[in-house]
Design a protein around this ligand. Sequence first.
Ligand code: HEM
Length: 438
Amino acid sequence: MTLLEDAALEPVRELGLDEINLSEQSFWELSEETREGAFATLREQRPVAWFEAPDVGDIPGLEAGSGYWALTRHADVLEASRNPELFSSDSSRGGTQMIDLPAEYSEFFTSMISMDDPRHARLRGLISAGFTPRMLGRIEQAVERAAREVVDSVIEKGECDFVLDVASPFPLMIICDMMGIPRSQLDFVFDRSNIILGAGDPDYVADVQDMVVAQLTAGAELAQLMEELRTERIARPTDDITSVLVNAEVDGERLTAQELSSFFVLLAVAGNETTRTAISQGFKALHDNPDQKRLWMDDFDGLNATAIEEIVRWATPVIHFRRTVTRDTVIGGQAVKEGDKVVMWYNSANRDEDVFERPFDFDLARSPNEHLGFGGPGPHFCLGANLARREITVLFRELFSRMPDIRPTGDPDRLLSFFIHGLKRMPAEFTPGALSAS
Ligand code: HEM
C-alpha cells in the first residue's frame, strides 16, 4: 500500500501469538499494519508477555541483560508510571532503556529521566526553577520565530523534504535558542542527537560495531559544548535559560556542571526527535485523512486543543520506556519479581480498544483522549509537554496559512528503531509563496 493511494490504518493479524517477538529487529521491519495487528493480539491474549532481551550481537561494551515483561495495555502502563516506588527508573537499577546500558553512559545520559526521588525531585525542581514566566515568554517568541524561519527557508522553492527541511530544524532551533547555543552550532547538535537516538539505523551510525563509541563520543561532545557555554554565562549572564540555570537555587543548592551538561544532552535528545516525529507523523496523518485536515483548517483555534493531543496519540513518538521492579508484585494479573524489567509500550497503550473508541481512526476532535504519548501520570511525565504542544500548534498554523496545499509526494522513509517512531525523509511539494515580512 502506498501513502498516496489508500492510507487508512487497518491492523493486520498476520502473526500468531507465539510468532510475535518485540525484541527482534525483523519485527520492526514489518509494515505498520502488521505491527499494529501484533500489538492488538498481545493486548487481547497476552497483555503482559515475556520476551528475551534483544540480541546486541558482539557490539563491544554492550550487554543486553535479562529479558523483560512487555506491558501492552493502557491500564498496566498507567499503573507502572504511577508507582515509582514499585517500578523504578533509577540508573542504579538499570535505568529506563530496555537493555542495560554500560556504566560509562551514566556520565552523559543519566539526567532526571533515569533517577528516582529524592535525586529526581531535586533535579527536576532546580530545572523547573529556570522556567520563569519571563523565560516562558522568551520561549514563546523563539517558537514563533523558528516557525517563520523554517517556512521561509523553503517557501520559494515549491518543494522540500518535509522531515529534513521543516520538522527537524524547527524544534532544534527552539532548544538552541532557549539554551543560548549559537545558530552556527545547529548542525553539530543535530548530528550528535541523531547519533544518540538513531544509533540502530545505519544512516546515522554506519558500522553498528562502533555504536557505543559513537554514542559516547556524541554525548561527550554535546556536554563539552554546554560546559563552554556554562563558563561563559557564569562570567557574562544573558537572558537565556542557561544563564538562569547556572544561578538557579533550590534550598540553597545549585546545578553542578555535570548536571547541567547531562540535562542539555537530555534536552537535545528528548526535545528534538520527539517533536520532529510528532510533526512529521502528524503531517502524514493529515494528508492521509484529508477530511480531518479540512476540519482543522476551517476552525484552527476551535479544534486545536484536541487536534494536538490526537497527533501525539497517533504518532506516539516515544515507543517505550522501561522500569525495574523493586519488590515482588503483580501487574496485569502477572506475578513479577524484584529486579525484573518491565517495558511500557506506549504505542500499544495508545491503541487500547478498552480506552479509545475506534483507536485506529485519526480523529482530531477525539475527547476524552487519555493518551500516554508524553508518558503516564507520575513523576516523569514529560517536562516539555507544554512546549511540544505549543510547537505543534504554531508550526501547523504557519503551514496552513502560508503553504495551505503542501502535501507529501511519496512514501516516507521510516527510521528503523524500536524506541522512536521516526520518519527520516518525506518529499513534499506546494505552490511557492513569498518570504515573511519580518
Ligand atoms: C511530542 C513531543 C514529546 C514527546 C512525545 C515526549 C515524550 C516523553 C515521554 C514518554 C517521557 C516520559 C519518560 C518516562 O516516563 O520515563 C518524557 C519525559 C521527558 N521529556 Fe518529553 N516528549 C516530548 C517533547 C519534549 C520536549 C520538547 C522537551 C524539552 C524541551 C522534553 C523533555 C523531557 C524531559 C526533560 C523528560 C524527563 C522528565 C522527568 O524524568 O522528570 N520532551 N517525554
